[in-house]
Design a protein around this ligand. Structure first.
Ligand SMILES: [Zn+2]
Length: 127
């Protein structure tokens, strides 16, 4: 695997991850579905078996979307004091769109960072 990695120049995980591209070549698709990681890159053949972002994307989405949407709701409340149905009709769907919109790019970013930093679960080595 190290021999094949030498042929590819290092690419920023920010650009490849946010775009949902292969972290090694930057051309192949990282996802085969909305959030389903493809088995391997169709361009360079990188096996995506290492990719396990776990709950990381959901945590970041929750924190960022909560900050944005709740901040906007508080600003609207302070400025206009609208009735309750405005929050339900406007901020409910806004929350869903913001969360779904950020989930895939953040998952791609975490997987690309995992590849770049060679992050893997800890394991015990035999002495
Ligand atoms: Zn690739």
């Amino acid at each position: 695997m190290e021999d094949t990695e030498r042929r590819y120049p290092p690419i920023s995980p920010l650009t490849t991850g946010l775009a949902g591209r292969c972290p090694r070549c930057g051309d192949g698709k990282l996802f085969s579905g909305f959030l389903t990681v493809a088995p391997r890159c169709e361009v360079c053949g990188l096996d995506y078996a290492f990719a396990d972002s776990g709950d990381g994307p959901a945590v970041f989405v929750t924190l960022i979307a909560g900050f944005l949407v709740l901040g906007a709701a508080l600003a609207v409340d302070l400025a206009y004091e609208p009735p309750l149905w405005v929050y339900i009709v406007f901020f409910g769907p806004l929350t869903i769109f913001v969360c779904l919109g950020m989930l895939r790019p953040l998952k791609g970013l975490l997987i690309a960072s995992q590849y770049t930093n060679k992050a893997a679960p800890g394991r015990l080595e035999k002495p």
